[in-house]
Design a protein around this ligand. Sequence first.
Ligand code: UDP
Ligand code: MN
Length: 297
Amino acid sequence: PMGVCPLARRPLRDNFTGLLHPWARPEVLTCTSWGAPIIWDGTFDPDVAQQKAAQQNLTIGLTVFAVGRYLEKYLERFLETAERHFMVGQRVVYYVFTERPAAVPRVPLGPGRRLRVERVAREPRWQDVSMGRMRTLHEALGGRLGREARFVFCMDVDQHFSGAFGPEALAESVAQLHAWHYHWPRWLLPFERDARSAAALAPGEGDFYYHAALFGGSVAALRALTAHCAQGLRQDRARGLEARWHDESHLNKFFWLHKPAKVLSPEFCWSPDIGRRAEIRRPRLLWAPKEYALVRA
Ligand code: UDP
Ligand code: MN
């Protein structure tokens, strides 16, 4: 079962979405120019995705960092709602990275689901916590996480699940359309433009602006992604530079060079501050309000 990508004029191949119905949402873009599906509500059959994933007996990783005040503020709700909505019916392993393992809330987990806590150092600047994730993830993917999981999603903690987030989202590499930018003209997108930065995109470059609060893929693809981003961050630091949106700028550079196999619509990671939009039917994750004064020292 395949849909046809209207832009690339070739079949959309997809192991997990099963029945693809890109024509079910004529008002939005449902595939990229390189033939990757853009997953909107109604363009996939969640039951087929579920069955296909179950046949493969997958373990799916979900990584999240909760350092400093982000732990008390967000982690419990993130995990509780993940139990209700994230890959229900599949085997799941959560990886929580924190400097205070003992403070991680004990959220009751369903069958086939486990939680591992990994200790990380607390960087003094929030930007360094955010950027440091790429290196830590790279190491984790080369270790136990990489051996345990077939696919992994890496997420921000300052959000919670509000709808089913299932195997329809799985692919070799997965990028999230940024809720604030998906309808902006390309030239306005906030890519890093300083040519000295490893994250720089030249004028005319960049397909979409992707959100670093959610990315995923196979272990091998994520090893490559995190290596690229960690290397770019290191190179910028050595030159006294910091890209405009930190690790997100480097993520966007990576996905420009290595096109994602699947793109998630903004329904998968939505900001309630944007208000109602006709094309946003059922948000899967909702951003928490940005309470920077509380969580950023
Ligand atoms: N983070 C953290 N402690 C910090 C800063 C960041 O745990 O002091 C983690 C947390 O998972 C957070 C993510 O890094 O969701 C990205 O930071 P933030 O959400 O503040 O960035 P934004 O989404 O506002 O760009
Ligand atoms: Mn965030």
